[in-house]
Every structure is written in structure tokens, then in C-alpha cells.
Design a protein around this ligand. Sequence first.
Ligand SMILES: *Cc1c(COP(=O)(O)O)cnc(C)c1O
Length: 433
Amino acid sequence: MSKSLHQDNKLVDTDFDRNHVWHPYSSANPINDNYAVKSASGCEIELTNGQRLIDGMASWWSAIHGYQVAAINQAIHQQLESMSHVMFGGLTHGPATELCRKLVALTPEPLQRVFLSDSGSVSVEVAMKMALQYWHGQRRPQKSRFITVRNGYHGDTFGAMSVCDPVNGMHSLFSDALPQALFLPPPPAGFDAPLDSAWQQEVAQAFELHADNLAAFIIEPVIQGAGGMRFYNPQYLGFIKQLCEQHAVLFIADEIATGFGRSGKMFAVEHAGICPDIMCLGKALTGGTLSLAATLCTNDVAETVCRSAAGVFMHGPTFMGNPLACAIANASIELLLASPWQQRVHAIEQVLTVGLAPCRDIDGVADVRVLGAIGVVEMKQAIDVATLQARVMANGAWIRPFGKLAYVMPPFVISQQQLQQLTDAICKAVEPV
Ligand SMILES: *Cc1c(COP(=O)(O)O)cnc(C)c1O
């Protein structure tokens, strides 16, 4: 085999892609090629074959402002003029301190300390390590187990994976290597559903029974994302927060998908009026431009972590606080705050509600649900992803279904017309042939 080292970035070699490049959750022998992208701007992705697709995914929750955003591109260029990166050990810089100042101001008041990292999964590892070191600091090291609900998703690294849904997360593959978390049934479905006292009782019992060994409870507030796109009543969060306080268990809110407005509130915990001890942020943090994540915690957690034998918090990624990523996050947050994001999310919610409603009458559709800028069509059977995707693309839109779910979480700046085209494309695509 000949090896050429020079390739134009603009060319997409799909043969090479198929034979050498891993994609998310993909086979080494994929049946279908990945679609080659030439560019993305506004709310559209342009393929190399010239086809333009309305982006229903916001690149997995992240591109809330769409693509090629002038203010963000300008922030990149400006930051490049001083530095793209310096190490964060022993050094600090404006982009990072400014970002942490913004995050402290934006999140619930007790969250005062920020740990920056590279990706959502790492921010969850960091949160879990904080919880473990916290109990070492309290001289209660036996509190080392995590408690969570089924249908969760918290990332793909080992700690994060151990608190993902055991079935969706294929724990059977990794069971010997994974810490054994304690799993509760998922919060009963429905944002407006009345509280289910049987579920609450079961949860309360688990806390009572296991509190001596529990370090922290971790959950995606209000919206369970990749573990099933489920919405639940925010009052359950208040209920669990109370149990956590009563039984000395830390509360970790994973806002990686829900943070920065997606649910209609800046952070989904605001629906419940609670403040977690630790909060994870990622995805939309840089408006979908670079990988960056943050773990916030209270002063109490931070101080106690540092009373553990180590005396410090034991984590420090190479690219921690990357100035370029921080500068982008600052621009993205400023852009979000200067925009009428609440009205936009509310308007998206209304168009999705109306636009996806016809799916309810389609054979094979089990449920249609909308919350904030998220729309979900749940089928009765597992979706043939390639076929459904091709049908949606034939109608000019891009989505990425999984399991029984066809769902959208578009950029907040999507126009009403684009959004209607998106919901029309989904309605047509889920109709039986
Ligand atoms: C995507 C996601 C993660 C993992 O983030 P990565 O950046 O992919 O590592 C963790 N938790 C939730 C809720 C997510 O949606």
C-alpha cells in the first residue's frame, strides 16, 4: 500500500475514512459511508456534493449560535494574536479567569469554584473525584459509591460510564472493570406528570439503606439526554436534594447537555430551584467551536477536598484552561446573554410542538414530546438509522437518530421557516413507506 503524506484539507477521501478513521460508536467495517461535509454556516451544513441540510442536531447540543458566527470567529483571531495555549500549572491568564468569573456569576450562587477540563466526560470524572476526595476530607472514606438513576448518560470514560444506564452503556462488556454504582429506576416520565409516591418511596429507601457508603448522587436535571431523551418533573430534583442533605450525600448535576438555555432556563436545575454541590458543564460552553468543559463546586466542597490526605485536588489536564477555548467560550456566553435566547427557545418549543404533532397519528410512532428547544419522536421499534437519515436528508435536513428515537435540538438562531422544514422532513421520514 502506498502512503502519501500530503492531502489537501478540503478534499474528503471517503475510502480512507472508511478504512482508517473511527467515528462515534462505529464499526471497523461500516456498511454505510459517512457523509462528507464541505462547510457549515448559519443553521446549514453543506456536503461536498453540494447538498445543503438544515441542522437539527446543533452538533450534539453544542452549536447553539449556528456555524461561522462572526463574534466567535473574531474572538478566535484576536486570541491567536496573543497565544493559543500555555500550560495552566503555575500560570494563569485572562481568558480563563474571565470565563470562570462568568460561570460563577451565571450559575447558582453557592457554586464558587471552577475546574476547567477538555471534555464533558472528563468534567464528570472530575466531579466524581471531587466527591471521593470530599469524603476523604471528612474522614469518611467508606463513602465511595455513586448512586444514580437508570436511563442516564454521563460520558464514555470509565467513571462516567459507571453511572450511565447499564443497558444502554453496555455494562456487560465492561463489568469487571467498572465501579459498581447503585441504580434507581428512572424518574417517572413527563415534565408535567404528577409525582409518583411509589417511586419516591423506593428512592428514599435506597438512600436510607446505603447512605453510609454513598459519596454522591449524579443526575441530568429534568432532561435525560443520550440515555433516552426523557423529560421528568423537576420537583423530583428537590425531593432528591433533600434526601442528599438528610443522608450526607453530595448532589452532582450533569448540565452538559441541558446547560446554556436548552431547556428554557439557563440551567435546568433552575426549574427546580435547587443548587447542586457540584455541576458539570460542556457541549454548548464554546457554542460548538472547540472542546471545553467545566466542573463547578461550592466553597465547602473545595475546602473539604483539600483537607484530604493529598492536600490538593488530584487532577490536572495538559490542556487545562486552554486560552483559545476559553476566549471562544467567553464570546459564546456574551453572545448568548446579549440575545433574546429565552424568547427564541420558547418560540422553537412552540414550532416543534405544532410541527411534530402530526407524527402522533402515524403508525409506528409511540410518543411525541417537546421541551424547550428539544423535540423527540419516539418510535415503537428500533429505527433503521441509515434509512431514516437518508429520508430526512432527501427533505433537506440533518438528524442523527438512535435506538427508537428521532429527535432534534437545533441551534437557537434557527428561523421559523427552517424549523418548519425540519419538522416536515421528520414527519415525512417517519411515515411508513
Ligand atoms: C455529551 C454528554 C456528556 C459527555 O460529554 P463529552 O464531551 O462527549 O465527553 C456527559 N454528560 C451528558 C449529559 C452529555 O450529554
